[in-house]
Design a protein around this ligand. Structure first.
Ligand SMILES: NC(=O)c1ccc[n+]([C@@H]2O[C@H](COP(=O)([O-])OP(=O)(O)OC[C@H]3O[C@@H](n4cnc5c(N)ncnc54)[C@H](OP(=O)(O)O)[C@@H]3O)[C@@H](O)[C@H]2O)c1
Length: 492
């Protein structure tokens, strides 16, 4: 990876927070290891707690040691260590910004960073607007001779109205081109691979349509509950936390048309078309095709209301109403306290005419293509073959390509790719505003109906696949959820 023209200072607001320690600093270190960090680069972290550069650097060292995918090398660390700085101030403190501004100018001279900035907002969403406004007031967000970019963590709004408002506030200061809305799933290797698998292989793209595909299942399951994020989760729920962003992104990549080229806008244009083609949701359809659940025990979690109606599970049946996909259901599900941690896309192909291999052959299983996003990364193809022996049985067999099982394959973390791309000014793996807008439009319709209909919660036991209604959603169509996370055997 080249590192030309990306000299810059990365300013992390929320530099003492969990995200910075667990993901951002290890990502910066791994970029250094991969020789993908510019020579002229340094990091300034902003937090509220009182600490010196030295103390902060030691804490960062411990975090990298704990969370980095590449073991920390003390020689290499020295190279980064002295380029990390800490500044303490409250986000509403004008004096703090003017001090920071002077400090950044000094760093420009020291590291030849030309005034280029990445402002990473690793903070709670209520601070996004304030920080951007302060950067503007202090003349830190625009400079004709250099570039200033803002990276914003999710959630981007809590509904369409708040997202529109936030977007206006941000784009009044930073242009769309300099606004990097993070959906960290897009930084994952296998998400980037979906387009390659689809558009670089002759045997997938010709059958990628309603003539050959019966249904598509997109699942993202977690084994953990809300842990210490109850306060945030109460206001979000599975719909806002997962479906509006990650799950709909997975859907767009699975369903999009080939872009005319690989430029950022061409790819985003095709993704937006998918969101625009989602079949309009009426309240009746929401009641029929959207299932929510809450695990037993959620209401006892820390900072969760004892009569909470927040969903920890959501399953949807969605139609992409365009020429390629008309009539093919896309089933989406996500939840906490499910049996495995896994994110996968299962493509179920249509059965062949049942004129040759009937029951006496053991019946025919549908062909499946499974794209494994995490924790295992790869592609899994299940198809029918003759069972060896004298009995003419047909059995499903598998071809399994596991990308991260191979020795030496250690996929970069999503945040490495995202920081690297933001440094280069490539926003392909970030969400363009209209993607955010159309996904909120869709999700808001569901949220509205759910708000007006009280659920019977809790309705699933931890360690199960959510409420029965989620199974029923597919049984009605004579389908069933394929087990994910490597447990395909139960289905064959
Ligand atoms: N953690 C994750 O894995 C994760 C994953 C995906 C997205 N995100 C998103 O990333 C963002 C940050 O999450 P997080 O988990 O890192 O949060 P966190 O651990 O609570 O950290 C918040 C940071 O903001 C600082 N801060 C808060 N209020 C401040 C104020 N008034 N003035 C100055 N500094 C202030 C805190 O500084 P002090 O500690 O010094 O007070 C701390 O550095 C959120 O938007 C979250 O949704 C997080």
């Amino acid at each position: 990876m080249g590192t030309d023209n990306i000299s810059s200072v990365m300013v992390i607001f929320g530099g003492t927070g969990d995200l910075t320690h667990r993901k951002l600093m290890p990502a910066v270190y791994n970029l250094l290891y991969d020789k993908s960090l510019p020579e002229n680069f340094c990091v300034v972290s902003v937090g509220r707690r009182d600490k010196t550069d030295e103390i902060y650097r030691n804490e960062v060292y411990e975090s990298i040691k704990k969370f980095s995918r590449i073991k920390i090398d003390d020689e290499l660390w020295k190279n980064l260590r002295d380029r990390i700085y800490y500044q303490k101030f409250e986000f509403n403190d004008d004096y703090g910004y003017s001090k920071l501004k002077d400090f950044l100018r000094m760093l420009d001279d020291k590291y030849q960073t030309n005034g280029n900035r990445i402002y990473y907002l690793a903070v709670a969403p209520e601070y996004f607007e304030l920080i951007v406004e302060k950067l503007h007031q202090h003349g830190m967000a625009e400079n004709e001779k250099s570039w200033q970019r803002v990276m914003i963590e999710k959630p981007f709004g809590k509904d369409l109205n708040s997202a529109v408002y936030l977007n206006k506030k941000i784009t009044d200061v930073f242009t769309e081109k300099n606004t990097y809305r993070i959906d960290h799933y897009l930084g994952k290797e296998m998400l980037q691979n979906i387009m390659v698998i689809r558009f670089a292989n002759v045997f997938f793209e010709p059958v990628w349509n309603n003539k050959y595909i019966d249904n598509v299942q997109i699942s993202s399951s977690e084994m953990v509950g809300v842990e210490n994020r109850g306060g945030y989760y109460e206001k979000a729920g599975a719909l806002r936390d997962m479906i509006q962003n990650h799950m709909l992104q997975l859907l767009t990549l699975t369903a999009m048309e080939p872009p005319i080229d690989l430029t950022t806008d061409s790819i985003h244009d095709e993704k937006v078309k998918v969101l625009k083609s989602l079949k309009e949701l009426t309240p009746d359809l929401v009641l029929k095709n959207a299932v929510r659940g809450q695990y037993e025990g959620y209401r006892n979690e820390d900072r969760v209301s004892p009569d909470s109606d927040t969903e920890t599970f959501a399953a949807l049946k969605v139609f992409v109403d365009n020429f390629r996909w008309a009539g093919v259901p896309f089933y989406i599900r996500t939840g906490k306290k499910l049996p495995v941690k896994s994110t996968e896309i299962v493509i179920q192909f249509k059965p062949l005419p049942g004129v040759l291999y009937f029951k006496e052959y053991g019946g025919l299983m549908p062909d499946l293509l499974v794209i494994k996003i995490q924790p295992e990364e790869g592609v899994f193809l299940q198809f029918n073959a003759k069972r060896p022996g004298t009995l003419n049985k047909v059995i499903p067999v598998r071809m399994d390509f596991c990308q991260n099982c191979q020795v030496g394959m250690n996929s970069p973390e999503a945040y490495e790719r995202l920081i690297y791309d933001a440094l280069r000014g490539d926003s392909t793996l970030f969400t363009r505003w209209d993607e955010v807008e159309y996904s909120w439009r869709y999700v808001d319709k569901i949220a509205e109906v759910w708000k007006n209909n009280k659920p019977e919660f809790p309705n699933y036991k931890p360690g199960t696949w959510g409420p029965y209604d989620a199974d029923e959603l597919l049984l009605r169509d004579n389908f069933k959820w394929w087990n994910i996370g490597g447990f395909y055997d139960e289905n064959v």
